[in-house]
Design a protein around this ligand. Structure first.
Ligand SMILES: *Cc1c(COP(=O)(O)O)cnc(C)c1O
Length: 821
C-alpha cells in the first residue's frame, strides 16, 4: 500500500502496455494472488504464469471487486468495468513497475545475497540500524523474482534506508533483481551448497550472485570464502573484507565464550577492537560477524557497533500454531510487525476454518514509513476485510486511533502488554483462533505463553511451509488438468487434522480422502468444504456419512447393495460414490470376474452417481515389480472403460499413489492420490533431487542425567549397561508416545547437540535412557528423535519397518506444533 498511489494510465506508460482503460483508477496495491484481496478498488492484479496460469483467476478477482489487470491477453469473458493492460510478459511488467518505483527514491540501499543467512542478516541489520533510520525491507524472506518487486513497492517518502535481500535459484535471475533493487551497498553472506542444483558449477553460482553488486559503492564480504572469486567483484567498488585467518579490514583473531556469550576480538584500522554477541552457534556467529563488518564499513564506531551487537535478538521467521487454552488455536507471530507481514499472517488466520471466531491481538507498528493515521486506517481496513471478529489493540498509538476500528469487530484497547494481560479474563478467550502479532518491544511472547496450553515437552513440529513445498513438487509433475486428491487418513499420517486440511483446501486440491467416516466428520466439523472420499465406510455410520456429505468408496457387492438400499430408504438421489477395482492388491475392490455384473448394477441406478473409478498399486515404488504394475494399470484401464461405457458418462479415473506420480507418469489418468509424499517421504525420489523436504521434527527433553559405572545395569529387566564408566540421560519419550520398544538397547539413536547417541536398556512406557557419555548435557536439554538430519527413513531402517509406520505411530499424546514461514 502506498501513500501516493499511481494513476492507472501512468502505470500503462511505465510498463509500456497496450491498454483498454474504461475508467480512471488509482493503484496502491500490487496483487499476485487472487486469494489475498484486501482492498480491491486500489489493487492491480498481475496474471502471472506460474504453476497455474494467473489468467485463470481473473474471474475470481473480478468477482471480489478487482478492476485493474495486467495480462498477456484479454480474457474471452467480458468484464465491462475492468481496465486491462496487455504486455508480452506479466512478470517483467511487475518488475519494471517496481524498478520504476524504486528509482524515485534517492536513498541508500543495502543489497544482501549469499546462500545462507540472507534473511537473518537482513533482519539483524534492521535491528542494529533501526535507531537513527527509517528503514524499509523485504517482509520475511520475500527475495524472489516476485517477492522482490512486492518488497520494493513498499518504499515510501519517509524511508531513508532500504535493506533488501535477493535470492536466486538459477542463472540469469540476478540481473533482474539487481536492476530493481539497485543496491548502493552490497553484503555477501555465507556461500554454501544451498540450491547448487540450479547451476552448472560452484563458480557459475558465485558469479551469478555477485552480479547483485554491479553498481555498488561498497561491498562487505568474508575474504575466507571468496578466495578464488575475489576478482569477480566489480573493480569500481570499495570493498570491506573480514576474515578469521588472514589479513583483512576486520581480522578476527580471538573467539571465546564468556558467560554464555560469544566474545570476539579483531584488528581494525591498526587497533584492537572487541565485540560480544548473544549467540553461540556457528551460523549465528558468522552472520553476526557479517553484521559487525557492515556496521564498521558504513562508519559506525567500534564502540557503537559493539553496543548495538550486544542486544541482537533472535529472529524467528516462522509463525507458529499450537493448541491454546479453552479450545483456542494460538497463532504466534511475535517476531515483528509491519503491514505486509500482518497481511500474510491475517491470510493464515483466515484459513483457520475450525473456529468461527477469529481474533487479532496487535501492537503498535513502528517504522512503517507511513503517517500514523494513514497506517492505522489501512490496518483497520485490512482487519475488516480479513473477517477478524475480535480486535485487541495494545499500545498508545493504536488506542489513539481506536475510532477506525469501531464499526467492525468487537474491540478492546490497552496501553501496554501488562495491561492487556491483567484484563484477559474479561476478554474471555474461548474456542477462537487467536493471532498474536506484535513489535518486539511489546514482548508479546508473554501473551503467547499465557494463552497457550502448557505443553508436555515432547513435541511433533510440522512445517506447513514444507508441506506446501512438497505439494507443489508433485503438482509440477502433473500434466495440466490432472486433479490432486490428498490422502489425509490417520490424522494426515500422524501430522494433524484440520491444520493440514485447511492448508490443502486453501491450495485448492481437488479431493481429500480419509479411511473412516469419523475422520471425515471431524474435518467437516472444522468446516472443511472439499469433497471427501471415505476409503472404508462402515454401514453403521451411513447416517453420519450422508449428513456430512462424505463420499463412500464402494468395493464389493455387499457394501454397494447396503448403500443403495440405504439411499433408497432415505430418498437420496444421485449420491456421489467411488468404485474401487481390485487389480492385484487383494485388499478391497471388485475383482475381474465381478466387473460385468457390477456394470449391470451401476447402469441407470438413480440412487448413486459414480464420481470416480479407481484402483490401488501394490508396488509402484519397486522396480522389481514393474511388470506387475504394468499389468495392474492395464487391467484398471480395461475395467474403467467398461464401467464408463455402462454408465454412459465419464468418471474421474485414478490409480497413482505417491511413488507412481514420479515413476508412472502414464498412470496419472485424471487424478493422482498423494499420500506420504506430502509429508516429504518418497522412496522413488532420490534424495539429491531435493524438491522434497521432510516436514516433521519429533523432539523431547532430558529429565535427569546419571553417572553409571561399567557393569551397572539400566532399566527394566537389567537389559542395558555401559561398557565403560559413563553418563546416561533419561528422556521424556517412551513406547506410549510411539517410540517403539524395538528401538531399545542401542538399536535406536537420538540427536543430542548434533551428536547421534544410542539408547541404553529397554524403552519404557513414558521414557527411556540414552548414552550421553560423549556429549556435555544437562537436565532440560533438547533431544531430537527425528528431523532432517536423522530422518524418519533412518528410524524405519533401524527397526526394519517403513516410514509410514513410524509417522503414524506417534501418539496423540504428543503435542503438535505447526510452523508457517
Ligand atoms: C494410503 C493410500 C494412498 C496413498 O499412498 P502413498 O503411498 O502414501 O502415496 C493412495 N491410495 C489409497 C487407496 C490409499 O489407501
Amino acid at each position: 500500500m502506498l501513500s501516493t498511489p499511481y494513476p492507472i494510465v501512468d502505470i500503462q506508460q511505465i510498463i509500456n502496455a497496450t491498454a483498454t482503460i474504461v475508467r480512471e483508477n488509482s493503484i496502491s496495491i500490487l496483487l499476485t494472488d487472487s486469494r489475498q484481496i484486501a482492498h480491491p478498488a486500489e489493487s492491480l492484479f498481475f496474471a502471472l504464469q506460474g504453476r497455474r496460469d494467473g489468467h485463470d483467476f481473473i474471474d475470481e478477482a473480478y468477482a471480489h471487486g478487482v478492476r485493474n489487470f495486467v495480462v498477456q491477453h484479454i480474457p474471452a469473458n467480458s468484464y465491462t468495468a475492468a481496465n486491462f493492460l496487455v504486455v508480452p510478459n506479466v512478470l517483467r511488467a511487475l518488475q519494471t513497475l517496481a524498478a520504476h518505483h524504486r528509482s524515485r527514491f534517492n536513498i541508500q540501499v543495502i543489497g544482501i545475497t549469499g546462500s545462507n543467512g540472507k534473511t537473518i542478516v537482513k533482519e539483524w541489520l534492521y535491528q542494529l540500524m533501526a535507531s537513527g533510520h527509517n528503514i524499509v525491507r523485504n517482509p520475511k524472506s520475500f527475495n524472489s523474482q516476485i517477492g522482490v518487486p512486492l518488497s520494493l513497492w513498499q518504499i515510501g517518502p519517509d524511508h531513508d534506508l532500504g535493506i533488501f535481500e535477493a535470492g536466486i535459484s538459477t542463472v540469469g535471475e540476478m540481473e533482474a533483481l539487481q536492476a530493481m533493487i539497485r543496491p548502493t551497498i552490497g553484503v555477501l553472506t555465507h556461500l554454501g551448497s544451498a540450491h547448487d542444483e540450479g547451476f552448472a558449477d560452484r563458480r557459475q553460482k558465485v558469479v551469478e550472485k555477485l552480479k547483485l553488486f554491479k553498481d555498488c559503492e561498497l561491498i562487505i564480504h568474508n575474504a575466507d570464502q571468496l578466495i578464488e572469486y575475489q576478482q569477480e567483484l566489480p573493480s569500481t567498488a570499495r570493498t570491506f573484507s573480514w576474515s578469521r585467518s588472514k589479513q583483512a579490514d576486520l581480522q578476527v583473531f580471538s573467539e571465546t565464550i564468556i558467560s554464555k556469550r560469544y566474545y570476539l576480538r579483531a584488528r581494525y584500522q591498526g587497533k584492537e577492537i572487541e565485540c560480544l554477541i548473544p549467540f553461540l552457534d556457528e551460523a549465528s556467529v558468522e552472520n553476526a560477524i557479517t553484521c559487525w563488518a557492515t556496521l564498521l564499513a558504513i562508519g559506525y564506531s567500534p564502540v557503537e557497533a559493539d553496543k548495538r551487537l550486544e542486544h541482537l535478538a533472535p529472529v524467528s521467521m516462522r509463525l507458529e500454531m499450537r493448541t491454546g487454552i479453552n479450545d483456542c488455536s494460538v497463532i504466534d507471530d511475535t517476531y515483528n510487525s509491519d503491514v505486509r507481514s500482518l497481511e500474510i499472517a491475517l491470510n493464515f488466520l483466515q484459513q483457520q476454518n475450525q473456529h468461527k471466531v477469529h481474533t487479532l491481538i496487535l501492537s503498535d507498528i513502528f517504522q512503517s514509513g507511513l503517517q500514523e493515521d494513514v497506517l492505522y486506517r489501512q490496518v483497520a481496513d485490512m482487519v475488516k476485510a480479513k473477517g477478524v471478529n475480535r480486535f485487541i489493540g495494545v499500545g498508545e498509538a493504536l488506542s489513539k486511533h481506536r475510532s477506525y476500528f469501531e464499526d467492525g469487530p468487537q474491540t478492546f484497547f490497552y496501553a501496554d502488554t501488562a495491561d492487556m494481560l491483567r484484563h484477559r479474563k474479561e476478554i474471555n478467550f474461548n474456542n477462537e483462533a487467536i493471532l498474536i502479532k506484535g513489535s518486539r518491544s511489546f514482548e508479546f511472547e508473554r501473551i503467547s505463553k499465557a494463552l497457550s496450553q502448557k505443553a508436555h515437552e515432547t513435541m511433533l513440529e510440522i512445517s506447513l511451509t514444507g508441506l506446501l513445498g512438497n505439494l507443489s513438487f508433485y503438482r509440477s509433475k502433473l500434466q495440466s488438468g490432472v486433479k490432486m486428491m490428498a490422502m489425509v487418513k490417520a490424522f494426515s499420517y500422524g501430522s494433524g487434522t484440520f491444520e493440514v486440511a485447511n492448508i490443502l483446501q486453501h491450495q485448492k486440491v481437488d479431493y481429500l480422502a480419509v479411511a473412516y467416516i469419523d475422520e471425515g466428520v471431524a474435518l467437516r466439523e472444522a468446516d472443511i468444504k472439499l469433497p471427501i472420499m471415505v476409503l472404508n465406510p462402515e454401514p453403521s455410520a451411513f447416517d453420519k456419512m450422508t449428513e456430512y456429505r462424505l463420499e463412500p468408496e464402494l468395493y464389493s457387492f455387499g457394501i454397494l447393495d447396503k448403500f443403495v438400499r440405504y439411499a433408497q430408504q432415505h430418498d437420496l438421489k444421485g449420491y456421489p460414490v467411488h468404485i474401487k477395482i481390485d487389480t492385484g492388491m487383494h485388499r478391497l475392490g471388485f475383482e475381474y470376474a465381478e466387473w460385468d455384473m457390477l456394470c449391470e448394477l451401476l447402469e441407470d441406478n438413480p440412487y448413486i452417481k459414480v464420481n470416480s473409478v479407481f484402483s490401488h498399486l501394490v508396488a509402484s515404488d519397486a522396480e522389481a515389480h514393474d511388470d506387475f504394475t504394468r499389468k495392474q494399470i492395464k487391467a484398471y484401464r480395461d475395467a474403467a472403460a467398461r464401467i464408463e461405457a455402462a454408465l454412459g458418462h465419464p468418471v474421474i479415473k485414478h490409480i497413482a499413489n505417491t511413488s507412481a506420480i514420479m515413476r508412472w507418469p502414464d498412470a496419472h489418468f485424471d487424478m493422482v492420490r498423494l499420500g506420504i509424499g506430502l509429508y516429504g517421504i518418497d522412496s522413488a525420489v532420490p534424495q539429491h533431487l531435493n524438491g522434497l523436504q521432510p516436514i516433521a521434527t519429533l523432539k523431547t527433553s532430558i529429565s535427569q542425567v546419571k553417572y553409571i559405572t561399567a557393569g551397572e545395569t539400566v532399566g527394566y529387566n537389567r537389559k542395558g549397561s555401559l561398557l565403560h564408566d559413563g553418563r546416561i540421560a533419561t528422556v521424556r519419550i517412551g513406547y506410549a508416545d510411539g517410540y517403539l520398544r524395538a528401538f531399545g538397547n542401542g538399536v535406536g539413536k537420538m540427536l543430542v547437540k548434533g551428536v547421534l547417541v544410542p539408547t541404553v536398556g529397554n524403552i519404557a512406557m513414558d521414557m527411556c535412557m540414552i548414552d550421553v557419555s560423549a556429549v556435555e548435557v544437562k537436565e532440560g536439554d533438547e533431544v531430537i528423535i527425528f528431523n532432517e538430519q536423522q530422518t524418519i527413513e533412518d528410524l524405519a531402517q533401524q527397526i526394519g519397518t517403513i516410514p509410514y509406520e513410524i509417522l503414524t505411530n506417534i501418539s496423540q499424546r504428543v503435542k503438535r506444533v505447526y510452523f508457517y514461514e
